[in-house]
Design a binder for this molecule. Sequence first.
Ligand SMILES: [Ca+2]
Ligand SMILES: [Ca+2]
Length: 99
Amino acid sequence: MADGFPIEDQLKVSDNIEEIVDKTFAQVDTNKNGFIDEKELGQMLHACAQEMGIPSPPKEEVKAVLQKLDRNNDNQLSRDEFRALVVRLYEQSEQMKGK
Ligand SMILES: [Ca+2]
Ligand SMILES: [Ca+2]
């Protein structure tokens, strides 16, 4: 809880990562079928890019991200598969906030 120790802050927040994953998943899964498809992933990456002020990823990159995360190759992401992405984006955005 000490001020000036961003690592501790991160650990503290990562206790809630499952909550963040749940919330994000519910937001991204716009048709509520319990899976994130390529279109939904694209919308999410687009929104993230805007938030971070970086260019939106092209379709090919969305596809590449999906394929990388899609462990059972059904071309969509379950909550578990999606979790890896949320964790990564979360860590990135924490870094971009600049300690
Ligand atoms: Ca969906
Ligand atoms: Ca999958």
